[in-house]
Write a protein that binds this ligand. Structure first.
Ligand code: EPZ
Length: 421
């Protein structure tokens, strides 16, 4: 199992290219199941989750062609030859649930393993299933699998999500493109990845209005055709690397960075004393003085502060001046980075869904353990400014969501290397 070793102290200077969004690619790829013509995705990030999705789609009958070192993928599902997404793949990556809606819409039946929980929470899929049932699907749960059928096809329906679930919005949106009639999805998630999915589906011939707002209206069509679509910039990778020069000092330019993808996050950084300049190529980030200021953060669905940047923000607040509160409202167990940061000398008190962080002068390097994707990268960020060496183990978590992380940081002067056990 690989580890990453970070020696703290080097201020950063240079440029970091931001890749395509993992969480956009993971919903764009299953869209191939909606058409018998090729779907070409460009600006695809090179991540293990993408490889897992390629495996999953191949098992369903998709021809997968990977080009340009993984940045271009052509997905061709002339026919779905197997309608079962097995547990051994789904358990590796929960987003596999996103093949359910498309398979059901295209062929009227699908069997998908229940994804199960993960480190950050139970992560049920009840809202996905209720939305599909509202469209006429019959859903049965048998031996850990979802058995979904819609023998006479899905029908347009009006459905209000109890919570603005990203995955449920994506599954229902994709299914509705081929349903008979009109679907109105209320309290829909508004994330940029939803807008990116809708843009791609519209290129494929879908009739969708309102993506990015809380109400999405979809007029079903008989067939979708192929398309070529670039994956939107990864706003979570962007936010993660914006914090690197804030924590380590120096200045970094994030190529492809866009403020509109992260307004709530950028407002908090500005309040904490961070300078964010828009350039022709992206965003230039540095801290305005030697010490950042404490700020209070509450995670919310987009356009609120993203839960996927909560752990990284905590790493920054560990050495900010004053006391900050971080309220996690999206997942029930998303503070596992806190005990690891405390081992590095951070002063953090977690009470239920609220973490209170009191800034200390410096963290101390230590061996720490990654527990989930975003917790892992928060430990790397903390290590950039910690005294001494930080060894982050179980970095396979990182490889799911960050391509070539150590190369990108090394190129800006960080002392960081991957050690293969
Ligand atoms: C997506 O997960 C992202 N993953 C997550 O990113 C992200 O944290 C999350 O959205 C919130 O923004 C992908 O896009 C692949 P949700 P998803 O459905 O769709 C509850 C990362 O680090 N819920 O919006 O699973 C659920 O338990 C990952 O890149 C139900 O109760 O998130 C959670 O508490 C982590 N029933 C909350 O809603 C349901 O049917 C938000 O879940 C669905 C969700």
């Amino acid at each position: 199992m690989d580890s990453i070793v970070v020696k703290g102290g080097a201020a950063l200077s240079g440029v970091i290219p931001i890749a395509g969004a993992k969480n956009a690619a993971l919903t764009l790829m299953p869209a191939t199941l909606l058409t018998d013509e090729p779907l070409t995705l460009t600006n695809v990030p090179r991540l293990s989750d993408i490889k897992t999705t390629n495996e999953l789609l191949s098992s369903l009958g998709t021809e997968v062609a990977v080009m340009q070192d993984g940045q271009i993928i052509v997905l061709d599902t002339a026919e779905i030859t197997n309608h079962t997404a097995h547990y051994d793949i789904v358990r590796k990556m929960r987003a596999s649930i996103l093949v359910l809606g498309p398979m059901l819409a295209r062929d009227g039946h699908a069997i998908v393993s229940l994804p199960g929980g993960c480190a950050i929470g139970a992560r049920p899929v009840d809202m996905h299933l209720k939305g599909l049932e509202a469209m006429g699907a019959k859903i049965e749960l048998k031996e850990g699998y979802i058995h979904a059928t819609a023998p006479s096809g899905l029908k347009g329906a009006t459905y209000e999500l109890p919570f603005a679930s990203v995955g449920a919005t994506e599954n229902i949106l994709m299914a509705a493109t081929l349903a008979k009639g009109t679907t109105v999805l209320k309290n829909a998630a508004r994330e940029p990845e939803i807008v990116d999915l809708a843009d791609c589906l519209i290129k494929m011939g879908a009739q969708i209005e309102g993506a990015g707002s809380s109400t999405i209206t979809i007029q079903g069509v008989d067939k979708l055709h192929g398309a070529t679509h670039p994956v939107v910039t990864d706003r979570i990778e962007l936010g993660t690397y914006m914090l690197a020069p804030v924590i380590a000092g120096g200045e970094v330019e994030l190529l492809g960075g866009r403020i509109d993808l992260l307004e709530a996050f950028c407002e908090k950084l500005d309040a904490a004393g961070v300078s964010i300049q828009e350039t022709k190529r992206g965003l230039k980030v540095s801290r305005r003085s030697d010490l950042t200021k404490a700020v209070d953060v509450t995670t919310e669905p987009f356009p609120g502060f993203p839960t996927d940047l909560q752990a990284q923000m905590m790493a920054m607040l560990c050495t900010a001046r004053g006391s900050s509160t971080l309220k996690e409202t999206i997942f029930e167990n998303r503070f596992m980075h806190a005990p690891e940061l405390i081992r590095m000398g951070a002063n953090i008190d977690v009470q239920g869904g609220v973490a209170t962080v009191t800034g200390v002068d410096k963290l101390k390097g230590a061996p720490v353990m990654a527990t989930d994707l975003r917790a892992s990268v928060s430990l790397i960020l903390a290590g950039l400014a910690a005294e001494g060496e930080t060894i982050v183990s179980r970095v396979y978590h990182l490889d799911r969501g960050y391509e070539r992380l150590e190369e990108k940081l090394m190129a800006c002067g960080a002392s960081i290397e991957r050690v293969t056990a």
